[in-house]
Write a protein that binds this ligand. Structure first.
Ligand SMILES: [Zn+2]
Length: 47
């Protein structure tokens, strides 16, 4: 098992800008469905 530190937050790669981004509290409920690092990327990906 991996040891988890407080600063060791899960990360993902943004589906829009391909940059890594870290878990945020506002995504606590739906982290599994988060694919973009920001509102901006989410909008751009839709257009
Ligand atoms: Zn992004």
């Amino acid at each position: 098992m991996k040891m988890r530190r407080k600063s060791d937050l899960p990360t993902k790669i943004c589906a829009c800008c391909n940059r890594p981004f870290a878990w945020r509290r506002k995504w606590a409920r739906d982290w599994d469905s988060v694919r973009f690092c920001s509102e901006r990327c989410r909008r751009e990906a839709r257009t």
